[in-house]
Structure formats: structure tokens, C-alpha cells
Unconditional design. Structure first.
Length: 479
């Protein structure tokens, strides 16, 4: 059986042809043109056209492959306003749009609203969520807000263009701040708070629910019409699925441009004070976790912007090996604001406790350590809620850095399991299609290939706890 997985991210479209016996058969990826996506906003029709072109190229290379089902993966947090004809009113606003930062800061300050909305939705009060972007738009562009007849997002719009069906994936909706994480329905109180009605939002459906590919979309994609198309899910959730981490106790830890930890759970997991998030995947499973804004982007800032690329990554890691890392500065990875645990968009980062004797090796070590400290801070909170990770599967750019990878194992005091799985979120869309087509009964049956295991140095783990204490002191003083 062959299935097709399609993904729209912030920067590109991707298509994967997958055989349930032989695995990945073909992959096509096309970047969005700069005018189609500047990461902060996207042109809905332009990215749809790119997705069609991507699929058309893959279909043209595999004309004899019959597709049983199409799975979809999208960005998690986005907002798109539609008029009465369901046509876009402007561009898609993505998770990267932090313009609502001053607004959400006021709501976080009052405490009550932050806890109230968090307890209902599992989403922190943060500018990346559609609810707060909508409220900001109502304040700053009231005429545009009044024209909006319907609320949509990247995921719902693309799915509607593919099938003609109007629906919002429960998985994607759980990252909107409009949906109740307990009832898995639009929250009436939140909608009233936002000045919206339920009729302005699409009906909610499960990620594996399907509708047939329309004739118009089929013609654009070079596919037969009528192929079942899944409603789809969010990339972060599908990364968990594609990594084979839907089983209890398996945590995924991704360190790329940003960082995140995720753990599949059977019921909502929320600390009393908002710090981590809890979304919905499928099959009744939620996903508890935390995300950070600073990781690989901080590395690029240091290596490319500050050092001007004069030292390679391997040279910097050699400098670390020759340095007294225990007496390095502390780095707060909030160059691009904070997501978890504090959710402070305006929190500032950088090096603190710097001395004239500190060299480039100690500075670079502090940066790598600081990124991990932020994630570890969130990890400790999740552990305190009883959501303990028995295994940690680590992915992203970090796996190409032996020093950073070992530091992660040492700090967490747990083995880090790498994976040879590529395109994890798109592979999660493969799993959706396989389930919808009947090849698997539950998403947790989907397996990912194993990689190497990095064991922790527990002596080093103990020493890093003192560094972590210093990090927390600096963190508390950073606002």
C-alpha cells in the first residue's frame, strides 16, 4: 500500500511517497518564494500553489503508484481571517509573529486571566497563539477585524482547498488557545472573551478523519480525484508520532533553530502556575511539553554574527575541550524572547557573569549549556507533575555536535537516543494516512528506526547541578 504525506512548514512544502512494506520511496521538497512566506506571514494561495507543484513533481516521477490516502502536516500556531465567501483577508500570521507581545504582557501581569485561559486551553498566554494575535488585531486594526466573517489557519485553509470540506483539526486547534484541552471542543467562555461565536470557526475533526480529494485540487496536483485526504495534524505533534514516541514514557527532545521536549500522555498535564503546554494529538492522546525560542539560532548568532565565521564548529568544540568549563560564564538563551517556562516575549538574553579571563571556548560552551539549561528547566517542571520520561529520543542539529550531545546526556542524567529517522513530522503525516487507510490500528504502532545511544557521565551530571543553580539565579534576575 502506498500513501502520500504532504507538509506545509513556515519555509517550504514537502511531499513523501511511502510504501507500508518498503518505507520511503521518494521525497520532493520545494522552498516557498520570499513573497510567499517571510516566516512571520504567508500568502495562503501562494503556499498552496507551491504544495501543489511539489506534489505534481512527485506524482510525475511515480506515475504508476496508486495512492491509498493522503496525510497532512502543518505549522501549529497560525491565524487567517476569511471574508463571507471564505476568501483570505490578508496573509496568514504565523507563530513567529510577536507583535502581540505588549498585549499579552498585560494579561500575564494580571495573573487571573493567564491562569484562567491556561487551565482551559493548556496554552500559555503568549503572542504566538492565534487567540492573542486576534485580540491584538482587534485593537490595532478594528476595521479588518470587523470584516472577518470566519477564523481559519494555515492547516484549515489548505485542507479546505484540497477537499472543499470546512474543518479544523483538533490537533492543530489545541495550539490555538480557542479549544478546551479537556473537552476537545471550542471553549464558549474563551470565544466570548475573544468576541467570537462558534459559527465563525470550522467544525472540529480528528486528524485521521478524511474527505475525498477534489477534482480541482487533483488536477493541480497531477493525482486522481477522490483519494481520501486526512484533516491532518500539527508538525510538533506529528514529530512525536513520526519519531515512534506515542508509547508511554518516551520523550522527544528536538534541538534545531529552536528547542522542544514532548511526551505523549493519556490526560491533560498542567502545572498550577503556567509554565509548560499541553496540546492534543489523536487517539485520545495529549502531548505535554515545552518549547524554547533560542537554540540553533543562538549558535548562528555567536558563530556567524559575532565571530564572523572565523572559527568552524569543530574548532570551537576543540576550544571547549581545552577550557575550564566549570568556571564559564552563564548564557541566557533569550535572544529571541522566551516561550517556556515563563512565556515572557520580552525577556532578554545573553552572557552574564563574564570575566576578562574568559576565552572563546568558555563562551561557546556557556552558550551550548544555556540552551540546554532552558530546556532542562522545563523538563524538571514536567517531572514534578509525574510525567516522567523513561526514554529520551533526541533529534535536530544537535546530533551533529558530539560535545553538545554529550552535554545534553550529562545535564539530564539520562541516555540520549538518536534516531536515523528523517523528516519526522512528515513521517507523522505518513502515520495518519496509514491509520486512515487501515494499515495500522493506532498511531503508536508506527515505529522509527533506532540510532546510537549516548550514555550520561553521572559525575559530570552532579557538577552540572551547581551550574544549573547559577543559571536559575541569573534567570530570576533577567526580568
Amino acid at each position: 500500500m502506498n500513501v502520500l504525506a504532504l507538509e506545509c512548514s513556515t519555509q517550504s512544502a514537502k511531499a513523501i511517497l511511502y510504501d507500508d512494506k518498503l518505507g520511503v520511496q521518494d521525497v520532493v521538497s520545494l522552498p516557498f518564494a520570499p513573497e510567499a512566506s517571510d516566516v512571520i506571514t504567508q500568502d495562503a494561495e501562494a503556499i498552496y500553489d507551491t504544495l501543489c507543484a511539489c506534489t505534481r513533481e512527485l506524482a510525475g516521477r511515480n506515475p504508476d503508484k496508486k495512492i491509498a490516502c493522503i496525510g497532512l502536516s502543518f505549522i501549529w500556531h497560525s491565524l487567517l481571517l476569511l471574508d463571507e465567501r471564505r476568501k483570505p483577508l490578508g496573509r496568514i500570521s504565523t507563530w513567529a509573529n510577536t507583535a502581540a507581545g505588549p498585549l499579552v504582557a498585560r494579561y500575564r501581569t494580571d495573573g487571573h486571566t493567564a491562569k484562567w485561559s491556561y487551565a482551559k486551553t493548556g496554552c500559555l498566554v503568549h503572542s504566538m497563539y492565534p487567540l492573542w494575535q486576534w485580540l491584538y488585531l482587534c485593537q490595532t486594526q478594528p476595521e479588518l477585524a470587523q470584516k472577518a466573517r470566519y477564523i481559519s489557519c494555515q492547516a484549515s485553509y489548505i485542507y479546505e482547498r484540497l477537499t472543499g470540506d470546512i474543518a479544523y483539526s483538533k490537533c492543530v486547534a489545541s495550539g490555538s488557545s480557542f479549544m478546551n484541552i479537556h473537552t476537545l471542543d471550542w471553549d464558549e467562555d474563551i470565544l466570548k472573551f475573544a468576541g467570537l461565536t462558534k459559527e465563525q470557526l470550522p467544525p472540529l475533526k480528528e486528524a485521521c478523519d478524511t474527505m475525498p480529494l477534489s477534482q480541482e485540487a487533483a488536477a493541480q496536483m497531477g493525482l486522481p480525484f477522490g483519494i481520501p485526504v486526512c484533516v491532518g495534524g500539527a508538525d510538533g505533534a506529528l514529530n512525536q508520532v513520526g519519531s515512534g514516541a506515542m508509547k508511554p514514557g518516551v520523550m522527544t527532545f528536538s534541538v534545531g533553530t529552536s528547542g522542544a521536549i514532548r511526551l505523549a500522555v493519556d490526560a491533560p498535564v498542567l502545572p498550577e502556575n503556567p509554565a509548560t503546554w499541553c496540546y492534543y494529538i489523536a487517539d485520545g492522546k495529549r502531548i505535554a511539553g515545552a518549547a524554547t525560542s533560542g537554540a540553533g539560532n543562538c549558535v548562528n548568532w555567536f558563530v556567524k554574527d559575532l565571530l564572523g565565521g572565523r572559527l568552524s564548529f569543530s574548532e570551537l568544540e576543540q576550544a571547549i575541550a581545552q577550557s575550564d568549563t566549570q568556571n564559564s560564564p552563564i548564557f541566557l538563551p533569550f535572544l529571541y524572547g522566551e516561550r517556556c517556562p515563563g512565556g515572557e516575549d520580552s525577556r532578554k538574553g545573553g552572557f552574564v557573569q563574564v570575566e576578562g579571563s574568559h576565552g572563546v571556548g568558555q563562551m561557546y560552551y556557556a552558550l551550548l549549556e544555556g540552551v540546554l539549561m532552558n530546556v532542562y528547566q522545563c523538563y524538571k517542571i514536567l517531572n514534578g507533575l509525574g510525567s516522567r520520561a523513561e526514554r529520551i529520543s533526541i533529534t535536530g542539529g544537535i546530533v551533529h555536535s558530539p560535545v553538545w550531545l554529550q552535554l545534553a546526556a550529562d545535564l539530564f542524567g539520562k541516555a540520549m537516543e538518536t534516531s536515523t529517522q528523517e523528516h519526522a513530522s512528515t513521517m507523522g503525516a505518513v502515520a495518519l494516512a496509514l491509520k486512515a487507510a487501515g494499515s495500522i490500528a493506532r498511531l503508536e504502532e508506527f515505529e522509527a528506526p533506532a540510532g546510537t545511544v549516548i550514555e550520561p557521565d553521572m559525575t559530570r551530571h552532579a557538577a552540572l547541578q551547581e551550574r544549573y543553580r547559577l543559571y536559575l539565579e541569573c534567570y530570576d534576575k533577567s526580568m
